[in-house]
Write a protein that binds this ligand. Structure first.
Ligand SMILES: [Cu+2]
Length: 207
């Protein structure tokens, strides 16, 4: 055990390269620029995860500066997402997305509400008071999921070796259901990488 920890420490020291089972996806737009907030979902043997899924980040979308923060949140199916209002103004947060409809009526500064995400899929969230507020939650049924950072990069860690199906979703991707399959179909002895170029449309006009 101690040995494994030392090896991991050494790997981190010497270049920080990814370990076996780590799958790193880099997403760029047609213009070559990094695309943040793209969600990668990996399914070992093509199967959803059985049993509870737990991610290390908070299941939380704050309202701050009349915006949703973060813009994109990945949660497991069944998650209770909290929506704390950190603004001085009131918000009225809702989604009409099938399977995950909810409405949190006007609530004020320092108040918190939660909504349960019951179905895998994309959840567009808005505010009845502030049309410019737009955010997304991706509800997933795999433990192997994450979103790209500001550099357009996400590493899905410790994927079991073997066959996988992997897909990429971004709310503004020009594709059926705004998603596409990745070309990686198996993960083996070493870390795996894939770079994808996607075509994004401009965000939807808000009324
Ligand atoms: Cu609002």
């Amino acid at each position: 055990m101690k040995h494994a920890v030392l090896l991991m420490a050494a790997a981190t020291l010497w270049g920080g390269q990814a370990l076996a089972g780590d799958f790193t996806v880099t997403v760029r737009g047609a213009d070559g620029k990094p695309v943040p907030d793209a969600v990668v979902m990996v399914y070992p043997n093509g199967q959803p995860t059985k049993g509870p899924i737990k991610f290390p980040w908070p299941y939380r979308v704050a309202q701050q500066n009349i915006q949703f923060s973060p813009f994109m949140l990945v949660v497991p199916v069944g998650a209770e997402v909290s929506f704390p209002n950190l603004d001085k103004v009131r918000h009225h947060v809702y989604s009409f997305s099938p399977g995950n409809k909810f409405e949190i009526k006007l609530y004020g500064h320092e108040e918190n509400r939660t909504a349960k995400m019951s179905a895998p899929g994309a959840v567009a969230i808005g505010c009845n008071i502030h049309d410019q507020m737009v955010g997304f939650i991706r509800v997933v049924d795999t433990a192997y999921a994450g979103k790209t950072d500001a550099n357009g990069v996400v590493t899905i860690q410790d994927v079991p070796p073997g066959a996988v199906t992997a897909k990429l979703w971004h709310p503004y991707m020009r594709a059926l259901k705004n998603e596409r399959a990745l070309t990686t179909t198996s993960l083996g002895a070493g870390p795996a990488r894939e770079t994808v170029a996607i075509d994004l449309r401009a965000p939807a006009e808000h009324h």
